[in-house]
Design a protein around this ligand. Sequence first.
Ligand code: HEC
Length: 88
Amino acid sequence: MLLLLGMMACAGVSAQGKALHDAACLQCHASLSGGNAYQLYQRSDRKVKTPEGLTKRVKSCALAADVSWNEAQREAVVRYLSDNFYRF
Ligand code: HEC
């Protein structure tokens, strides 16, 4: 039961991360990569290689996106990207 609750909590964080991500991050990435915003995360020569690198990149891109996320929000976006693309 506890495990199940834990898994549901994780899924919730990832979904919150997706919502934050899609609102703030998709547009610029799409314009960079010919319309497919997710290509940046999926290309074979992607830059982010480690969980630490992902956190750093999300921090700096959050500045570019001009959002002021708190740590929990940033972590939710890191979780979403990690679960769906980077698989750390
Ligand atoms: C104003 C434009 C812009 C916005 C807004 C933006 N990014 Fe980025 N993002 C970039 C650029 C430029 C790169 C680097 C592309 C490259 O290396 O070729 C990048 C790369 C990344 C990467 C690394 C991709 C890789 O190569 O592994 C991540 C992760 C990322 N962005 C996350 C985010 C997140 C999360 C947000 C929303 C807070 C965001 N970005 C908003 C411009 C932006």
